[in-house]
Structure formats: C-alpha cells, structure tokens
Design a protein around this ligand. Structure first.
Ligand code: GLN
Length: 533
C-alpha cells in the first residue's frame, strides 16, 4: 500500500486545538491498526523551538534524538505510539538553511534559486521522508490560513496531490463556529471565509472539523456543505470537551470522523474500537481521592509553558484514581512571610525545569519547606539543582551556595558548567539534549519506581551537579541514586523523608495517559499519603 498523507490546516483563529485534533486523528487511525507518523510544520524562521521563550511560545518539547520542538509533538507522543524524531519537526528556518547551503555549494548549477520550486521541493522532500514505512502520515501545518509565512507550505501541500495521486492525499481544515452572545446565535460565516481563503491557494478541503460549543444542527451542516463544497457527512462538529482532552478521539469517532476518514482515504474498515480511551475517561470521571499539588515555577502565567508537566501529573493521578487540583505558584511571589499560607493544604510540591535567575530564591524556599515539613517533593531538572543548592546552604552550611548560572562568583558553585559548555557562543542546539542512559542504584526511591538498573531519559540542560562536592553531600545524607557514565549525577534524594526526589532529566516527556511515568505515579502515590498542613 502506498503511504497516504493527511494535511491538517487551521482557519479563523489560533488556539482551536489543532494539535489535539491531529493527535486524536492519529489515535483513531492507530485504533484501526494503521501504522502512522506525525509531523508538525512550524512556519517561523527559527530553526527549532529551542531558542524561544516559554513565556510566549509555551514549553519546548524534546524528542529522544534531542530535537527541541513545538509542544504539539508532545501531544502526538501522548495520544499515539509514534516515536518522534528531528525529521518530524519542520520549520521555515530549517528549509531555508538547507536550500541556502546547497546554493552556496553550487548545487543548483547556475539556476536562479526561488521559493517555487526550490523551497517547495525541499518541503516536499521532507514531507515524503515522514511517510517512509507508514500507512498514513499526518502533517499539521501550524498557524492560520492566510498567514504570509505558511504560503510555501500550503503550496507544497497542494502540489503533493498532483504528485502522489488524489486518492493518497487528504486535506482536513479546522475552523471555528462562534456564538454571538447577544442573541445566542451560532455563525458559519468565518468558516465559509476560511475555506474560501484555502481554495484561493488551490486547496479544496475534504473534511471540515468545526469547533463549536454544541452539536451543529442538520440545516447548519447543509449550509456549510453548500458554501464550502465539502460533503455533508464530512462536516464534523468538534464539540468543546468538558472533562479531559483524552475525550476528543471518542468524540470525533461518535461524530462520524472515523468512517469518513477511512472512506476518503480508501482504507479498509478494520473494526477498530476506542475501548481503552473509554476506560480511561471512566477512571478520570470517577476519582477516589482529591489532592492538591503545588507547581512552583517561573512561567506560571501561561498554561502551555509546563504542558508536559501538567499532563504527566494528570497521568500519575489517573493511575492513582485521583483528581488533582494543581495550585500554580509563581516562584518570584513566594517569600518566607507568605510561604505557609501559599502552601497551605498542599499534598505535594513540584519544581519544574527553567532558565535564568528570576524566582530562584522562592524555589529554594519551597524546597526547604518541603524538606523540613516532609511534604512530597519532586524536582525536575532545575528543580533538582534547586534541591542541591538548598541542601548546600541549609545542611552543609555553605552560605551563598548557588549554581554558576545565577551567581558566577558564588563561593560554593554546587551546580556548574561542564568544561565543554564553557565559552559556547551559539545558544541553539548546544545543551545536553535528548536521551542519555543512566544507572540507577538499588535501595533508592528512584529504583523502586522504575524497578530497573538502567534507564533512558531525555535531557535539556547546560549545568550539572558539581562532583567536587559529591562526598560532602553524601556524608551529610543526600543520596545519589542515579548517574550517567559514572560521572554525571542524574538523581538525588533526601533521606529521612517520605518522598524527596530530584532528577536532572525530564521524565514528563515520556509519560502517557495509559502508562504514567513511574516517578510521577509514585509522586502522586506519596502525595495521597501525605496529611496536608
Ligand atoms: N537552567 C538549568 C540548566 O541549564 C536547568 C535547565 C532545565 O531545567 N531544563 O542546566
């Protein structure tokens, strides 16, 4: 069978949940036993998302092979079984970089190098690459139709149909049907205009996913179908979801998307089902415990900044039949005066990754509070470094101990740069990135979570535990429980504490709704046992 390609575009406005829609399409196809791949196109000029601020762009998601990507790739990996690689994230920056390099080498043999065909051909080449060894390759085109930046990608998507055949390409367009509050009326005009815009470029959508707050009426479907030239059965209501994003595959299936997809792609109907998703939703809707977890971070205002952390917490909660309330605390607001009231009734504290000095002291206070009051604590990347700094200052009595990231003159650089990281000018792609193997020592909480002597986890950081102080930490009760290449400290634990773990890697990137990451699972388990103060 030839690989089929699905292009998903968005219209009207951003934030309609295109990433979740693509992931759900992936989940539906996998439930029907098709081998899929998923790719995100980001039409910005950055080569990757690594240099973008989480304040504006949300979390940077990291793949096994160390690509720093858009957070949608996290959704793809959570909803499906795909294992993403660098090639599953395509940006304008990468495409132009490649074409310009080739031009400098003289590979174009004197031709004038142009957007069409040279840029579009390079886009096409990358898209084809994603389809290797799969039945269906899903390509999400970021942004909204009408954006100047996305035009070459849409042009490549249009040409794709001519090249590989109509029956092998499907265009899905996600739009919005807004409700005018004053008269409680749903409006189809933005959808009509958005499809017009797409048709101007030469793409006739095959399926419309219309984001709406209620099931659309038959007359409305007919009207949209008539004005957009999309068959009525392919105009699908993408109704707002109340409980969990993991309901979306079920909802799409109920609204008839599965059959339309298979029919239009000329794929055999394999009687797949979504039982595992239904079971998941049942657990989410019937929790046994209600617990509060504080996330103390720098980028608290934007939900997307800690997307994978919040998802991994929810997976840990699902596995423990728990409904979580996540209390988001901006670390720069946390002081020794308000800490008690801000952390009242909290069952566990998590400090996520981060960069830069702002809010560091608040995080150190939170770690101290968790250690002294025996509140379950989970420190991730920067959260582990904070744990080490706090321990140095308050147990080892190293006054002003710090990471050299925040204080280059600190008398006790307990977290510092590796030699190979010193003097680096290029910020993009130069951190310790992607999968690294570590040894896990027995008799540790980390070992009892994984039940493995070796683990493979993803990284994204520059600074490391400074081994010059290792002995002093161990002699004073900080347990080292995980290590890479017998040198780099990957995990530390408080002794005499129910659950105090810090890890240098990012376990949140490998957590799944059907299989919570063991550290998140055990963190929630410990939080259930904790009697809040
Ligand atoms: N800023 C720290 C470092 O670069 C931590 C990074 C992170 O939390 N991802 O090492």
């Amino acid at each position: 069978m030839k690989t089929k390609y699905i292009f998903v575009t968005g219209g009207v406005c951003s934030s309609l949940g295109k990433g979740i829609a693509c992931s759900s399409i992936g989940a539906i196809l996998e439930a029907n036993k098709f081998k899929i791949s998923m790719t995100k196109i980001d039409p910005y000029l950055n080569v990757d998302a690594g240099t973008m601020s989480p304040f504006q762009h949300g979390e940077v998601y990291v793949t096994d092979d160390g690509a720093e990507t858009d957070l949608d790739l996290g959704n793809y990996e959570r909803f499906t079984n795909v294992s993403l690689k660098k090639s599953n994230s395509i940006t304008t920056g990468q495409v132009y970089n490649e074409v310009i390099n080739r031009e400098r080498k003289g590979d174009y043999l004197g031709k004038c190098v142009q957007v069409i065909p040279h840029i579009t051909d390079e886009i096409s080449r990358r898209i084809k690459e994603t389809g290797k060894d799969t039945d269906v390759s899903i390509i999400e085109i970021g942004g909204t139709v009408g954006d100047i930046e996305s035009i070459p990608f849409l042009e490549a998507a249009r040409q794709f149909q001519i090249e590989i055949g109509k029956e092998n390409v499907l265009y899905i367009h996600l739009t919005l049907i807004p409700k005018i509050k004053a008269n409680d009326e749903l409006k189809t005009k933005p959808t009509q205009h958005s499809v017009q815009k797409l048709r101007e470029i030469g793409i006739q959508p095959d399926i419309l996913l219309c984001r709406i707050d209620q099931e659309m009426s038959i007359p409305m479907k007919k009207k949209i179908s008539l004005f957009t030239n999309v068959e009525e059965e392919a105009v699908i209501s993408a109704v707002d979801i109340t409980h969990s994003i993991y309901q979306v595959p079920i909802s799409f299936n109920e609204k008839g998307l599965t059959l339309v997809l298979l029919k239009k792609l000329k794929l055999p109907v394999k009687n797949g089902n979504l039982h595992i998703w239904e079971k998941l939703i049942k657990i989410i809707k019937n929790p046994k415990y209600y617990k509060k977890i504080a996330v103390v971070g720098k980028y608290i205002d934007l939900n997307d900044s800690y997307k994978s952390i919040y998802e991994a917490l929810s997976h840990g909660a699902i596995e423990n039949n728990t409904k979580l309330e996540i209390v988001k605390i901006k670390s720069e607001d946390l002081t020794s005066v308000n800490i008690k009231s801000l952390l009242k009734n909290i069952n566990g504290i998590l400090i996520p990754g981060g960069f830069g000095e702002r809010g560091i002291e608040g995080k150190i206070l939170a770690a101290k509070y968790a250690r002294e009051n025996k509140i379950p604590y989970f420190g991730i990347c920067l959260g582990m470094q904070i744990m080490v700094i706090e321990y140095a200052r308050n147990i080892l009595q190293f006054a002003k101990a710090n990471s050299t990231e925040f204080d280059s003159q600190t008398p006790y650089p307990v977290i510092s740069l590796l030699e190979e990281q010193e003097g680096i000018d290029y910020m993009g792609g130069t951190m310790r990135l992607g999968n690294y193997k570590s040894k896990v020592f027995t008799n540790s909480l980390i070992h009892s979570a994984y039940k493995k002597a070796a683990i493979l986890e993803r990284h994204r950081h520059r600074y490391e535990f400074n081994n010059n102080y290792k002995k002093q930490f161990i002699n004073n009760g900080l347990k080292i429980s995980c290590i890479t290449d017998d040198i780099l400290i990957e995990g530390v634990e408080w002794t005499n504490h129910p659950f105090g773990i810090g890890v240098q890697f990012h376990p949140e990137f490998k957590s799944k709704p059907f299989c919570a990451h063991p550290l998140f699972r055990d963190f929630i388990k410990a939080s259930i046992k904790h009697k809040s103060i």
